[in-house]
Ligand binder design. Structure first.
Ligand code: FES
Length: 122
């Protein structure tokens, strides 16, 4: 099982292929925001990779990061568009606490939505 290391939270074993946003919530017990419910629209599920940033990126993630001017930020990725299939280390940068929002957002589905079309960041 892949290991997910979250700064200031610990290290967690994640079921192979689990969506990162759901692993943060379920295994790491982080109050990660996911305002659009994992649809690659809001960018509130953003995380900062320290190690193990995936090479692959969904077309949907690339489009929304580009439109928000975030694509050039090293290590910044959308946790709703990533599956846990290798070891990763990241920093949580978008939490419910302090956000002023009423809740973290509706629960993302088990599988990546919209159905992923894979590309790369570059
Ligand atoms: S972009 Fe909204 S939850 Fe990922």
């Amino acid at each position: 099982m892949p290991k997910l290391t979250v700064e200031n939270a610990g290290q967690f074993e994640i079921p192979q292929g689990k969506r990162l946003v759901n692993a943060l919530t379920d295994e790491a017990s982080v109050d990660q925001l996911h305002a659009c419910g994992g649809q690659a629209r809001c960018t509130t599920c953003r995380v900062q990779f320290v190690a193990g940033e995936p090479e692959q990126m969904t077309q949907a993630e690339k489009e929304v990061l580009t439109s928000r001017g975030l694509i050039g930020q090293p290590g910044l990725r959308l946790s709703c568009q990533i599956v846990c299939d290798h070891d990763m280390t990241l920093r949580v940068i978008s939490r419910l606490a302090g956000s002023g929002r009423a809740d973290a957002g509706s629960a993302p589905a088990e599988q990546i939505t919209p159905p992923p079309v894979w590309t790369t960041k570059a």
